[in-house]
Design a protein around this ligand. Structure first.
Ligand code: ZN
Length: 248
């Protein structure tokens, strides 16, 4: 199984899955970790089992609804609660979000070891779900935004994400002109940069945010892409588990 990672988050067990290394058939081939996308349940379960075995972690998931709610995970299990960010303070229990173009953001607090995983499509980005996640780490673990480390994982990039002029204007007004620059008669939305700006406005330092820069729509062999496949595709995940707190 191939897992992408962030050098910044090296102290935390974490990763971003690709579509490679699973058991699902077309069009979900092969490491589909999304339920309710039409794939056979036994295949999805086998893929989850493989991820648990490869990482030694358990996974806490949420029912993602493109909102800004953050929940604190207590137990591993299937996505039952509606939220778009999940905090974990329990070693071995990974906070996990599923995506196929939307942005997975992983955040860790090196002082307390607490973590949060965030799902941010365009709605969640505008709702500043990543900033809500930062605030939740403060409430749950006393985390200071300036200490936090974050990785913005594989998602549809500005190369491929064409949006309506109206939506582009909303983003420009809210997060600055650079997040939705006109190109080729349309506007391309940069959700990587938009979430980086949301995190920086929430108090994170620029040098403590890594943008992986991998576009899900550009790499059909590596990633599921909702837009490229017109909705008929699987899900990859981003996950992060607490690390032992450092004393500094
Ligand atoms: Zn692209």
């Amino acid at each position: 199984m191939e897992l992408l990672s962030s050098a910044l988050l090296a102290a935390f067990p974490h990763g971003f899955t690709t579509r490679r290394g699973g058991t699902s058939g077309a069009p979900w081939e092969s490491l589909n970790l999304g339920g309710a996308v039409g794939d056979a349940e036994p295949a999805v379960e086998a893929n989850w089992r493989a991820l648990r075995e490869a990482t030694g972690l358990e996974f806490a998931r949420v029912r993602q609804v493109h909102g800004d709610r953050v929940v604190v995970a207590r137990e591993p299990g299937p996505p039952l609660e509606e939220a778009d960010a999940v905090v974990s303070v329990r070693p071995g229990l990974a906070a996990c979000v599923a995506v196929a173009d939307c942005v997975p953001v992983l955040i860790g607090d090196p002082r307390s070891g607490a973590v949060v995983a965030v799902h941010a499509g365009w709605r969640g980005t505008l709702a500043r779900v990543a900033a809500r996640a930062v605030a939740a780490l403060g409430r749950e673990a006393g985390a200071q935004p300036g200490d936090l480390l974050a990785a913005i994982g594989p998602a549809i990039g500005p190369c491929c994400y064409e949006v309506s002029p109206d939506l582009a204007q909303v983003f420009r007004a809210d997060l600055g002109a650079r997040v939705a620059e006109p190109r080729g008669g349309g506007s391309r939305l940069d959700l990587w940069l938009a979430n980086e700006i949301v995190l920086r406005q929430a108090g994170l330092c620029r040098e403590r945010i890594e943008v992986l820069g991998r576009c899900t729509a550009c790499e059909p062999d590596a990633f599921f892409s909702h837009r490229r496949e017109r909705g008929r595709t699987g899900r990859q995940v981003g996950f992060i588990a607490p690390s032992p707190p450092c004393v500094s």
